[in-house]
Design a protein around this ligand. Structure first.
Ligand code: GLN
Ligand code: ZN
Length: 762
């Protein structure tokens, strides 16, 4: 057999047609019928593309109008009351309101899909009675068959994964919910069976996370029920992103195939296959092509891997596939014309990965010789990049090895540094500051475009940026802030800005991936050894400092955030990449310090995003992540104050690592998790400088003084006023100028009142 299979194809379209169609509809530029027509074109195009590449098992129902978890919730009628849904197929207005909110109802929560940068809409179960509103996989299957003659493989989110990702119910109600949901899943499968569907892919990525005995029993019940309901449909139980837990029990479930990720968590899965074998009545979905990375595979290595597996699972029972859905990679390398040849030659996005899958399945069926030319080509491409100058900067490799062997420690301990810094800065108690960026108005964005297009020369652009800095230094002084920032007007994005200036990075023209809904990101590619070449931020920061007597904080993005928001090379470890970034950024920290900047903030909002899914790997990750931060910041003088900032995450379970970063001051976003965070400070004293955001910058609302006073009072119940800073909870770049100034004025007033109240305690 050795089928080739696709687990899911990017929705966004080669030219982001999908995004454009959605946004045109949302802004009222196209009618609903036009939206359906455009999305159908895109969907069918993706199906025929996969067929033309030679893929045997083509996924249907992987396409979505927003998100596949939201689709599943909508299919089961799980629509919270506030959206005023009245039964029947879910109208697009309701569907999009759940995703984006409308004037009457706030959107459902959105969160990260496992350890990827894709975000799904969190289903709210609450008091809802689930019903099957429409059999979506069936509709998708029929469409592919009627329009293109394709026998699609419907993809659905599995019951256990769906339940575990949902909220609004107590753990004790899990089984009751399962009992409500299972008949609906059974109904979906039964109808697929009646229609003559051969394979169904049931995605259960939750099986790579910790599973209790109860979960295993639930899985048995789920798959027994589904099998009994539709014995004629073959179920591929698909896992990904890590090694599957409870391998022996999972592979015994009454399904027809088990899909395993043989790239991420590949070592664990291979070990399980070796140790426990693989059932003879099942097909193995061998996820050998990396569905999340952007690199061309060494086909030879992949064939070796498949040969190793063939010792346990004969080729008649192998399906060759990617490690996960291709949703997480850009569409095609075809559009790239500007990358250097060694890099371009070594890239494989979704379309190219499908070709690799087809080649491997041919080789497994008919022997490696049938693809000998391609084997050589892939080897040559991988080798060329490996030999490129960018991957062989011995100067960098040696320096990083030396630096990372050092203890990465500030000269003095925090208490001593605090004294020295206090003497230097003479800050009042409860110092006020902001997180770095100020509003990127239309004017700022336009100026950058003019400059990028060459309509403005460097001098015009620099002058414009300086005017913005002048304006905001003046405003910050007038508002009465204690520690100022230059405003980050020269930056589009906190990762791209640095990537463009460091060696070892490349930028695609069209390498977009979906982040959430219609929002796409174009991550930089770290393909070579990372090197600092010249100061990146000194000019603007020093300029700002020259305009005021108050301290101006320098602003950098930290090594872990840069790494986690980029596509990275896979020939060295992430730890090594982090250290290279740390070494490069340390040189920027030193350059700022030499230019007289005495407070430097190294932002690490994405530290938690890189946390491995397996508990046993988390400690190791946090250790080297913290070390990378310390390497970046440890060489400055005691009087130089290192700040950091984190957001979008739950910190309570990593507070020890945060303390370990040894930043003089941290600012943390708290608006969305205030209670939990405060609680964690009740349990652990935080011994360094800390600012808990006293207002939420994600809303245009101007918070009043009393509201911020309450936030300050609450925080000071558990934190030391001597160490407490007052700031908004994130950068202000997305806010309007008027609301920003008004909010900051209120913040300074709340601080004045708090100082009166707490001065005696210091
Ligand atoms: N310094 C950055 C800013 O203010 C921090 C952004 C972030 O936390 N994501 O924009
Ligand atoms: Zn932030």
């Amino acid at each position: 057999m050795a089928y080739s299979s696709s687990l899911g194809y990017p929705r966004i379209g080669a030219n982001r047609e999908w995004k454009k169609a959605l946004e045109a509809f949302w802004s009222g530029k196209i009618e609903e019928s036009e939206l359906h027509a455009q999305l159908q074109d895109i969907r069918l195009n993706h199906l025929s593309k996969q067929r033309d590449k030679g893929i045997d098992l083509i996924p249907v129902n992987d396409f979505s109008y927003y998100d596949h978890v939201l689709d599943t919730a909508a299919m089961f009628g799980m629509i919270p009351d506030r959206f005023e849904y009245n039964g029947g197929p879910v109208p697009v207005s309701v569907y999009f309101a759940m995703a984006r909110g409308n004037k009457d109802a706030t959107a459902c929560e959105m969160t990260k899909w496992f350890n990827t940068n894709y975000h799904y809409i969190v289903p709210e179960l609450g008091g809802i009675t689930p019903v099957l509103t429409e059999n979506k996989p069936l509709a998708a299957y029929r469409e592919a068959k009627d329009k293109l003659g394709i026998e699609g493989k419907p993809v659905i989110v599995g019951p256990l994964t769906f339940l575990k990702l949902s909220k609004g119910y107590a753990a004790s109600e899990t089984d009751a919910w399962l009992d409500r949901l299972l008949p609906l899943y059974a109904q979906v499968l039964k109808e697929l069976e009646q229609e003559g569907v051969n394979w169904v892919q049931v995605d259960e990525p939750i099986l790579v996370t910790k599973l209790s005995d109860t979960d295993v029993s639930r899985l048995q019940k789920i798959y027994q029920t589904l099998k009994a309901a539709a014995p004629g449909v073959r179920i591929m139980l698909q896992t990904y992103f890590e090694a599957v837990e409870r391998y022996q029990e999972v592979t015994q479930l009454p399904v027809d195939g088990i899909g395993l990720d043989l790239v991420h968590g590949g070592a664990g899965n291979r070990q399980s296959i070796r140790d426990f074998g693989f059932p003879q009545d099942k097909v193995l979905g061998a996820g050998v092509i990396d569905g999340r990375g952007i690199w061309k595979a060494s086909l030879r290595e992949k064939l070796d891997l498949l040969n190793e597996i063939a010792a346990t699972v004969p080729s008649e029972r192998l399906v060759i596939q990617s490690s996960c859905s291709l949703l997480h990679v850009p569409v095609t390398v075809q559009a790239e014309t500007k990358l250097q040849p060694e890099l371009l030659g070594a890239l494989a996005f979704a379309d190219e990965k499908l070709e690799e899958i087809v080649l491997l399945s041919k080789a497994v069926q008919s022997g490696a010789s049938v693809i000998s030319a391609e084997l050589e080509k892939s080897e040559a491409a991988v080798t060329a990049l490996k030999r490129s100058g960018e991957r062989n900067r011995t100067d960098i490799q040696q320096a990083v090895a030396a630096v990372s062997a050092e203890p990465a420690q500030r000269e003095a301990a925090f208490a001593k540094r605090l004294d020295v810094q206090q003497e230097r800065w003479q800050l009042p108690i409860l110092p006020t500051t902001t997180i770095g960026s100020f509003p990127q108005s239309a004017e700022v964005r336009k100026a950058r475009q003019l400059w990028r297009k060459g309509e403005w020369n460097a001098e015009q652009y620099t002058n414009f940026i300086r005017e913005q800095i002048d304006l905001w230094i003046q405003l910050q002084e007038e508002i009465g802030l204690d520690v100022l920032v230059h405003g980050e007007f020269e930056r589009t994005d906190m990762v791209e800005f640095f990537g463009e200036k460091l060696a070892g990075f490349a930028f695609t023209q069209n390498g977009w991936v979906q982040s959430y809904g219609s929002r796409c990101v174009k991550p930089p590619i770290i393909f070579g050894d990372v090197a600092w070449e010249k100061p990146m931020t000194v000019k603007e920061t020093a300029y700002a400092q020259s305009k005021t007597k108050l301290p101006v904080k320098g602003m950098l993005t930290g090594p872990i955030t840069i790494m986690n928001w980029s596509f990275v090379r896979d020939d060295i470890s992430r730890e090594q990449i982090a250290y290279q970034l740390a070494y490069a950024l340390r040189q920027e920290v030193e350059a700022l310090e030499s230019a007289g900047i005495g407070m430097i903030q190294v932002d690490e909002p994405a530290v938690r995003e890189g946390l491995p899914l397996k508990e046993q790997d988390q400690k190791g990750y946090l250790e080297w992540a913290v070390k990378a931060f310390r390497l970046t910041t440890c060489t400055v003088q005691n009087s130089t104050q290192i700040h950091t900032h984190m957001c979008y995450c739950e910190f309570h379970d990593m507070i020890d690592s945060i303390i370990d970063m040894d930043a003089d001051v941290i600012s943390i976003e708290t608006s969305r998790s205030h209670g939990e965070l405060i609680q964690s400070f009740e349990e652990n004293t935080y011994p360094l400088g800390i600012g808990l955001g006293v207002y939420d910058i994600h809303s245009p609302r101007v918070p009043d003084v009393e509201e911020m006073t309450r936030m300050i009072d609450r925080a000071l119940r558990v934190l030391d006023p001597k160490l407490f800073w007052i700031n908004p909870d994130c950068g202000l770049k997305t806010r309007g100028i008027g609301e920003t100034v008004a909010s900051l004025r209120n913040m300074v007033e709340a601080t004045r009142l708090a100082r009166e109240k707490y001065a005696l305690q210091v």
